[in-house]
Write a protein that binds this ligand. Structure first.
Ligand code: MN
Length: 502
């Protein structure tokens, strides 16, 4: 019997070789989903089955393992059909059933407004800290929901797209999943900022193609030079910037497109780290680099684990070109981040590489803070702070010793001081930023070297600092210092047997 076209499409997306039993299990999962969703129609008018197959296809495209692809096929079964988690466990196995179960718990939220947002965020964080694969299925599910968002009422469109920009995309970014983040953001952009979206698409109409055309010569020259230097297995391609990421960058550059050099960048992928530096040398021998634009993210990876060499040069006829140089491994990592570890295979026995460990650690830390928050009365207020702290764009700051601190955008020397040590924060009087004396409220930029100047005579933080600090850590330390101050003063005037709390 001929294979169903939908199933055939799914198999054609799976690049990894499948064992006969994996192949058979995917076929069974497809048949199971088909039976379970029989007769169900989505708002778009399509059969519901299309949605779960689209989710599974996206997971296959991200090179996820068979178990994750199967969980994608089954992710809406317990919620919308007569079949249960127990049925899935019986038909398949415990592992797949547990991913689907976590997926389902994420789906049903009773609250409205900001509480709904908070509850959603809390559940998402808790379940992904337990099993990060839940997150991959959730992202693929969300991507297809965004692709078919046009079928929903306007208010719902905006809510889902906004939630994606505020929660999903920043998490994808923090876990190093650059490609997945870009996809989710671009699919949400037009629903959240319709006017800006139209403005931008008009602005860049034809610009990508124009730039790509001008880069053709540059690509040919570099390919010739690399071949002469006997560098084998090179992949050279033009990388076009994601739309939403271009939009955010334009806002930082007075909306001036001529200041954006990486609308299209040339990406060079080689076999090993030594070759990355060789390629950089060759590029700089051919063309003059722009000052301050050479970035070695191999020696100093970004806080989210991103590694590459970047440089921007004046090429033929004064064209400004950005190059990104990396190994295949770095490339996979930068596109899929933590997900790269789950590609093709089930969780392997080998220990996670260091960056992956720090990403997992970040997730667990986030889950811990979330749990703590849940018991507090000022849950929502603290959550707002947490949201700002965790999901803002990050910058990284160097200490004079070369340590790297990962902080939110708009951080100040006070945030840096408290990130180093509470005592340093409490006694901070000014800072040296890149060697220049600066005030404690200076907004720092990524890559700044910040030296904190303390004065032991200083009595402690000023409550005014709360007006400009950015991190939750600094804010809490400043507040708790003043709380201690106030409560000990109260104790001194009202002798009390009851401990003074809050
Ligand atoms: Mn779904």
């Amino acid at each position: 019997m001929a294979m169903e076209p939908l199933l055939e499409q799914l198999f054609s997306e799976i690049r990894a070789p499948l064992t006969p039993s994996e192949h058979a299990m995917i076929e069974r999962a497809f048949a199971f989903a088909k039976k379970a969703h029989e007769g169900q129609i989505r708002k778009t008018g399509e059969p519901y089955l299309n949605h779960v197959v689209a989710t599974a296809k996206r997971l296959a495209e991200w090179r996820m393992s068979p178990a994750i692809i199967i969980a994608g096929l089954l992710h809406d079964v317990p919620e919308d059909t007569p079949f249960t988690i127990a049925d899935i466990e019986k038909e398949f196995n415990k592992d797949i059933a547990s991913i689907v179960a976590a997926e389902t718990k994420l789906g049903t939220v009773r609250y409205q407004g900001v509480e709904r947002y908070a509850e959603n965020l809390r559940r998402l964080i808790l379940s992904m800290a337990q099993d990060v694969r839940v997150l991959f299925v959730k992202f693929a599910d969300r991507a297809h929901n965004l692709e078919t968002l046009y079928a929903l009422p306007e208010a719902k469109q905006r809510r889902i797209a906004l939630e994606t920009l505020q929660i999903y995309a920043p998490i994808a970014n923090r876990l190093g999943m650059g490609e997945i983040r870009g996809l989710l953001e671009d699919l949400s952009f037009s629903y959240v900022y319709p006017k800006e979206y139209t403005w931008l698409t008009d602005l860049i109409k034809g610009k990508y193609e124009e730039k790509k055309g001008r880069l053709k010569t540059v690509k040919e020259i570099i390919r010739g030079e690399l071949t002469l230097s006997q560098i084998k297995n090179i992949n050279i391609h033009g990388r076009t910037k994601h739309l939403y990421s271009l939009y955010r960058k334009l806002l930082r550059y007075d909306r001036d497109l001529s200041k954006i050099y990486d609308l299209v960048a040339i990406r060079i992928i080689v076999e090993n780290v030594a070759e990355c530096y060789t390629v950089l040398g060759i590029i700089h021998r051919l063309w003059r680099p722009l000052k301050g634009r050479v970035k070695d993210y191999i020696a100093q990876p970004k806080p989210n684990g991103y590694k590459s060499l970047h440089t921007t040069v004046f090429s033929e006829e004064g064209e400004i070109v950005e190059f990104q140089i990396r190994t295949t491994e770095m490339h996979e990592e930068s596109e899929y981040g933590i997900a790269a570890h789950w590609q093709y295979k089930e969780q392997s026995k080998d220990p996670l590489p260091t960056e992956q460990q720090s990403r997992l650690h970040w997730l667990q830390e986030l889950a811990r803070i979330q749990k703590e928050l849940h018991d507090k009365k000022d849950f929502l207020e603290t959550l707002e702070e947490l949201k700002i702290d965790v999901f803002q764009n990050r910058i990284f700051i160097f200490t004079p010793k070369g340590d790297v601190l990962d902080l939110p955008e708009n951080s100040t020397p006070i945030d840096v001081a408290y990130a180093i040590h509470t005592d340093i924060g409490n006694h901070c009087v000014r800072a040296r930023v890149n060697g220049t004396i600066s005030t404690i409220e200076t907004k720092l930029n990524s890559g700044d070297i910040v030296e904190i100047v303390t004065d032991p005579k200083r009595k402690g933080p000023s409550i005014d600092w709360l007006k400009f600090v950015t991190t939750r850590n600094a804010r809490e330390k400043i507040k708790s210092f003043s709380r201690v101050g106030v409560s000990s003063w109260i104790r001194s005037i009202i002798p009390s047997k009851q401990p003074l709390q809050k």
